[in-house]
Design a protein around this ligand. Structure first.
Ligand SMILES: *[C@@H]1O[C@H](CO)[C@@H](O)[C@H](O)[C@H]1NC(C)=O
Ligand SMILES: *[C@@H]1O[C@H](CO)[C@@H](O)[C@H](O)[C@H]1NC(C)=O
Ligand SMILES: *[C@@H]1O[C@H](CO)[C@@H](O)[C@H](O)[C@H]1NC(C)=O
Ligand SMILES: *[C@@H]1O[C@H](CO)[C@@H](O)[C@H](O)[C@H]1NC(C)=O
Ligand SMILES: *[C@@H]1O[C@H](CO)[C@@H](O)[C@H](O)[C@H]1NC(C)=O
Ligand SMILES: *[C@@H]1O[C@H](CO)[C@@H](O)[C@H](O)[C@H]1NC(C)=O
Ligand SMILES: *[C@@H]1O[C@H](CO)[C@@H](O)[C@H](O)[C@H]1NC(C)=O
Ligand SMILES: *[C@@H]1O[C@H](CO)[C@@H](O)[C@H](O)[C@H]1NC(C)=O
Ligand SMILES: *[C@@H]1O[C@H](CO)[C@@H](O)[C@H](O)[C@H]1NC(C)=O
Ligand SMILES: [Cu+2]
Length: 383
């Protein structure tokens, strides 16, 4: 991956005290490769100060700390580059991951029951905001906490009409903020992240677990368990998705564009291309396309090519419609792009982007400096 080009990085992290005085805290983070053990097996990975997950930042009195961050992800025992390279060579889908993780820890899994999981320490009678981030590459994940309701308040930087649920569904690259009220006196409660997949394709079906630990609870006391939804729980996924409504309050009105400037219709397709070298794929390679165009990874960054007017990197004649008309019953959602950038559209980051299922939206400069791309910084590192 791209990590290798920066070995050492210095970051300053700011906490904003609630009142009056503004204090800046400085931290030094060394980004280094280190052999790390998971699933009873070890491999070198990128770490911060030699730790994975990275060091804990302790807040002090007067610091305003907003949220507990819960990062869901996937873990491969093998070198992930080897997994992708093997797939590119074979023409087949890459191996699915070996486990999911909650803040870097899978918790006990069938193949390796000895390892511990992440512990979220809480006090009784409080309301916590959990910022869930799905940093997995391929899997949409269900997230549950035994014995606790989750109140969803925000999805992907947009406030939603708050609603209660047992189970959150979160896709790769998504963020979701939920409120949890610690309404038990004491105890340990299982936190579970498990995949949602209702098509008959390979999926990492291992549930990651963590523990919600009330203060004052003995560490050897039993954990209240929860059963994650089965991976084909389409009804649970739909129930969650159908509960999402914009907040649409006076302060945060739902301003939906009412006119459509450009009608775009994108169809996603999977296909097979000849690949004489692909032995495992019997001379074929799985490919994917959007409107029958497959994305070929450029060696020059798209935003760079746009900003410096470098030709030959991309063209702007992407078809606004698929080549073949089908009988679509739904209508196209309006597209309203406001910020100058290159936006990367994708679904499953690892499986399908190597097949060319991705797309970049280049948004031109709008009016004035607020709607224009800034030039790259003079010290932009060249990888
Ligand atoms: C990780 O361990 C392997 C085998 O023990 C060793 O060859 C390698 O140098 C280690 N890598 C790092 C970054 O420590
Ligand atoms: C992918 O999975 C297969 C079957 O389990 C295994 O033989 C192969 O070594 C795996 N590849 C990598 C790169 O881990
Ligand atoms: C997970 O998938 C593996 C391989 O497809 C299968 O053998 C196993 O039964 C599945 N486990 C569960 C809990 O679904
Ligand atoms: C989910 O999968 C199980 C086991 O394969 C099956 O028995 C069940 O009918 C499926 N449920 C749905 C809703 O498809
Ligand atoms: C390749 O062909 C062999 C023999 O016909 C078959 O067993 C195997 O499943 C095929 N593999 C794929 C990926 O189609
Ligand atoms: C951008 O490049 C194209 C082709 O190289 C050239 O025709 C055009 O004049 C350039 N535009 C600007 C604004 O430099
Ligand atoms: C899709 O693109 C391929 C390659 O350019 C072309 O051969 C094929 O005819 C196209 N399909 C349609 C439906 O236009
Ligand atoms: C599309 O399909 C619907 C439902 O099957 C049908 O009623 C309609 O006539 C079709 N439209 C066209 C243009 O074929
Ligand atoms: C740019 O944005 C800032 C902050 O939103 C605003 O105060 C300012 O008026 C904007 N300037 C222009 C030229 O639109
Ligand atoms: Cu996908």
């Amino acid at each position: 991956m791209e990590y290798s080009c920066f070995r050492l990085m210095l970051l300053a992290v700011f906490f904003f005290p609630a009142f009056v005085e503004c204090r800046t805290r400085h931290y030094k983070f060394n980004v280094v490769m280190k052999n790390t053990s998971r699933l009873c097996s070890s491999k070198p990975i990128v770490t911060v100060n030699g730790m994975f997950p990275g060091p804990t930042l302790y807040a002090r009195e007067d610091d305003t700390v907003l949220e507990v961050v819960v990062v869901l992800a996937e873990w491969w025992k093998s070198d992930t580059e080897a997994v992708v390279n093997e797939a590119l060579k074979s023409g087949l889908a890459p191996n699915v991951s070996d486990a999911h993780t909650i803040n870097g820890h899978p918790g006990a899994v069938p193949a390796c029951s000895s390892q511990g999981g992440f512990t979220l320490a809480v006090q009784s009678g409080k309301t916590y905001m959990l910022r869930l981030i799905n940093a997995a590459l391929n899997e949409e994940l269900f997230f549950k906490i035994a014995g606790h309701k989750l109140t969803v308040v925000e999805v992907d930087a947009t406030y939603v009409k708050p609603f209660q649920t047992d189970t959150v569904l979160i896709a790769p690259g998504q963020t979701t903020n939920v409120l949890v009220t610690t309404n038990k006196n004491t105890g340990k409660y299982l936190v579970a992240a498990s995949p949602f997949m209702d098509a008959p394709i390979a999926v990492d079906n291992i549930t990651a677990t963590a523990t919600l630990h009330y203060s004052g609870t003995l560490s050897n006391s039993p954990t209240t368990l929860t059963i994650p939804p089965p991976k084909n729980a389409t009804a649970v996924a739909n129930q969650f998705a159908n509960s999402l409504r914009s907040l649409n309050s006076k302060t945060f009105p739902a301003k939906v564009p009412l006119t459509v400037d450009h009608s775009l219709l994108f169809t996603v397709g999977l296909g097979i291309n000849p690949c004489p070298a692909c032995k495992a794929g019997n001379g074929s390679r799985v490919v994917a396309s959007i409107n029958n165009v497959t994305f070929v990874m450029p060696t020059t960054a798209l935003l760079q090519a746009h900003f410096f007017n470098i030709s030959g990197v991309f063209t702007t004649d992407f078809p606004a419609n698929p080549p073949q008309a089908f009988n679509y019953t739904g209508s196209t959602p309006p597209t309203n792009l406001q910020t100058t950038r290159v936006w990367f559209m994708h679904c499953h980051l690892e499986v399908h982007t190597t097949w060319g299922l991705k797309m970049a939206f280049l948004v031109d400069n709008g009016k004035g400096p607020n709607e224009s791309t800034l030039p790259p910084p003079s010290d932009l590192p060249k990888c």
